[in-house]
Design a protein around this ligand. Sequence first.
Ligand code: ACO
Length: 359
Amino acid sequence: MSKAVKAQIIGWGAYVPRRVLTNADLAQMVDTSDEWIVERTGIRERRLAAPDETTASMATIAAERALASAGADPLAVDLVIVATATPDYLFPATACLVQRGIGAKSAAAFDLGAGCSGFIYALALGAHAIESGACRYVLVVGAETLSRITNWQDRGTCVLFGDGAGAVLLGQAHSPGGILATHLGADGAGADWLILPAGGSRKPASAQTVAENLHTIQMDGQKVFRFATKIIPDATRKVLEQAGLSVADVDMVIAHQANARILQAASERLGVPQEKMYANIDRYGNTSAASIPIALCEAADEGRLQAGQRVVLVGFGAGLTWGAVLVEWGEKIPPKRDLPWLLAALRRWWAWLLRRFRR
Ligand code: ACO
């Protein structure tokens, strides 16, 4: 019987901008309060990109950190997928800017748009590319600059969002575990619930679309809330069923960080204790496609993911879309400090230098 190849997360890295916007800062901008925001969302502060930062620049730093944590050579990467709803341009793809920035000259690159579920979609596709034998190393990035599409006069949405990026490097699993199962879904019936109405082919940018604020996020918060509290448990159960496992077999759930009350409702419906539901929404708000990889990186760096532990990554978002990926965490194999490692480190350093000079 042939041994099936599994994909594994072998490197990870995140980046969040330095600038912190607190609830007190927001209360100076719109009619809101720290108390309302904390009670209704769990958010205390979020990060905002500096004027010279973009989705591609943050994604590139996260990608470089993921490569460095695996000790991997950028030239070994076969595919770069960037999940984002806030690309630098409609085209070229932000993934191509990242590919250039990290010096991954052998890689194909494309963007993936599935709203806040984008990272989960990209991770599932990246894993399948490795399982099929088409790719050996896939860089999967979730990155957003939501501050550029936020209506800073709308208190119903502007308190929710933040900027940042997270990345993982997928390779072949050399030890037991890896990506065990994936589940993706969509329901276009809810397409209008969460939408950026203008700037595409239906409503190209014009003085009128700008005047009407149609280049900012429009959301029916309550409908999205109800959808989220149902879909997180449903998607989590589906992905576990595929692997013949149950909720009791899970060590951690990392769900899209949209609202602490959504996380709490999902944990109750799933019967997963709160301490197993990873939460960092208090510090970053909702960073859309970046939220799950940023949380994953933090959990891994805090030593909360040990070899053999099972983690469900589960997201939902505009589309509507949703998805879940079940990962059995592997041993961290420290990079061998040999000649190929040194060459890879030099290449990463060279790509970093080029990026600095281009800015
Ligand atoms: N400060 C003070 N009051 C506010 C604020 C604010 N920032 N925002 C709304 N309010 C007011 C409303 O005007 C309303 O007042 P009214 O009763 O006088 O009309 C009252 O608070 C209640 O408003 P609701 O919208 O009912 O508040 P709710 O408890 O539903 O919370 C929220 C709103 C936080 C947006 C919630 O619905 C939510 O989190 N929804 C899900 C959002 C989400 O997950 N979006 C993203 C998913 S995909 C992606 O990430 C892109």
